[in-house]
Every structure is written in structure tokens, then in C-alpha cells.
Design a protein around this ligand. Structure first.
Ligand code: ADP
Ligand code: MG
Length: 210
């Protein structure tokens, strides 16, 4: 079955005032880019998708994942992965521990083999026992990516995930993230302020307004 993320007839309100309207279909492996000034509702859109809208916001419309309405499911049952601009790793856990934390429960040995393999794929072979604080920013970003991917999400949301990386690292990390999205055929939404991110995503771009 082809995976997909659908936003059906969303009207998102803040304190009763319309913030944005959207109706979008994103196929597996496609990246929808969302741009717009600060305060235009980009993060709120992602919060609505994951079921974490703060008080003060209301919405009508539905989220469908793989042809199933998930609008009324709690966050953890939606299986939507999010990557933020900060890696948000636990400093008291090892790299492998951070990744394992988000993985579906399974045989311990199987899990650590999967983690080891995944680390090697992103140039972090053998670094599972290191602690996040001892990694560079780019390495932390890759660990965060693996943590999200190995949680086996059905869709992935990127909230300015590359904005803290400098140019070359940004290009490399972006390429890795997009490659993984396409390989796993995950529908994705990326919030960004950067035109080169939008171009690299090579998909539809929408602009939100204040
Ligand atoms: P963006 O991510 O595009 O900068 P946000 O979605 O964070 O925009 O914010 C959209 C609007 O909602 C802004 O006017 C912001 O001030 C407001 N807002 C953000 N978070 C909250 C909240 N927890 N409660 C009430 N209003 C909020
Ligand atoms: Mg934001």
C-alpha cells in the first residue's frame, strides 16, 4: 500500500480567529515545504498534526495517515515522527540508549543490532556507547534523525531541522534526511525559512501569511 498523509479541510483558529486553512495530500517519499514569517502558524500546524495543540487553539478538519483517520487518536498512537532544530537528546543516556528509547519494544539483541547498523549507515559506526554531549552538532543531528526513523513513524515532520547547522553540514545533513525519507517512502512536511531547503525538497511549497 502506498503511504500518505492527508490534511483534510483544516481550519486552524487561535483565540477564535482563523490562523490558517489547508487541504493537502502528501504521498510517501514526498516533502511538502511550509514557509512563512514568524507567528504565521507553522509550528501550530505541526502541533495540530501530532495532536498537541496548546490551549487557546481550536481546529476543524481531519488528519489521515495511510487512509485512516487519526484525528482523534492520542499523540503516541499516531506514529508521526518529528525532528526539531535542536536534537533534544537525553544527556544521561548513551547514543544507543537515546535511539532505543524511541523504538518499538522487541528483543534486546535485535534492537542493538539494528541501532549499530543504522549508526554505521550515517557515519557513526561504533559510537553507540558515546554520550551525546561529546558529539559535534552534526553528529547529534544524525542521532536525532536515527531516533526518529527507528521509532518507525508513518510520517515525519521537520520543524526547521537544519537551521542551527552551518552551510556544508546543513547540505550534508539535509541530503541524508531527505534520502531516508525517500528510501522509507515516508510522507513529510518541512517547515523552513531557507530557500535552498525548499529547492532541495523538490516538492510543493506553500506560504503562510500573517
Ligand atoms: P510560527 O511557528 O509560524 O512562528 P506559531 O505556530 O508558533 O508560528 O504561532 C502562531 C501564533 O500563535 C502566533 O501569533 C503565536 O504568538 C501564537 N501562539 C503560539 N503558541 C501559543 C500558545 N501556546 N498560546 C497562545 N498563542 C500561541
Ligand atoms: Mg515555529
Amino acid at each position: 500500500m502506498q503511504s500518505s498523509l492527508q490534511i483534510k479541510n483544516l481550519q486552524l483558529y487561535r483565540q477564535g480567529t482563523l490562523l490558517l486553512s489547508l487541504d493537502e495530500h502528501i504521498a510517501g517519499g514526498e516533502i511538502l515545504t511550509v514557509m512563512g514569517p514568524s507567528g504565521s502558524g507553522k509550528s501550530s500546524l505541526l502541533n495540530w498534526l501530532t495532536g498537541t495543540l496548546p490551549n487557546g487553539f481550536t481546529a476543524t478538519g481531519e488528519v489521515w495517515l495511510n487512509n485512516k483517520n487519526v484525528s482523534h487518536l492520542p499523540t503516541h498512537l499516531r506514529h508521526i515522527g518529528v525532528l526539531y532544530q535542536d536534537a533534544l537528546l537525553f544527556s544521561h543516556l548513551s547514543v544507543a540508549g537515546n535511539i532505543a528509547f524511541a523504538m518499538p519494544k522487541s528483543d534486546r539483541k535485535q534492537r542493538s543490532e539494528k541501532i549499530e547498523q543504522a549508526l554505521a549507515q550515517v557515519g557513526l559506526a561504533g559510537m553507540g556507547s558515546r554520550h551525546p554531549d561529546n558529539l559535534s552538532g552534526g553528529q547529534q543531528a544524525r542521532v536525532a534523525l536515527l531516533r526518529t526513523l527507528l521509532s518507525e513513524p508513518k510520517a515525519i515532520l521537520l520543524d526547521e531541522p537544519f537551521s542551527k547547522l552551518d552551510t556544508q553540514l546543513r547540505v550534508d545533513t539535509r541530503q541524508l534526511v531527505f534520502e531516508q525519507i525517500r528510501t522509507h517512502k515516508l510522507p513529510a512536511i518541512m517547515v523552513t525559512h531557507d530557500n535552498s531547503d525548499a529547492e532541495a525538497a523538490n516538492g510543493k511549497v506553500i506560504h503562510l501569511h500573517l
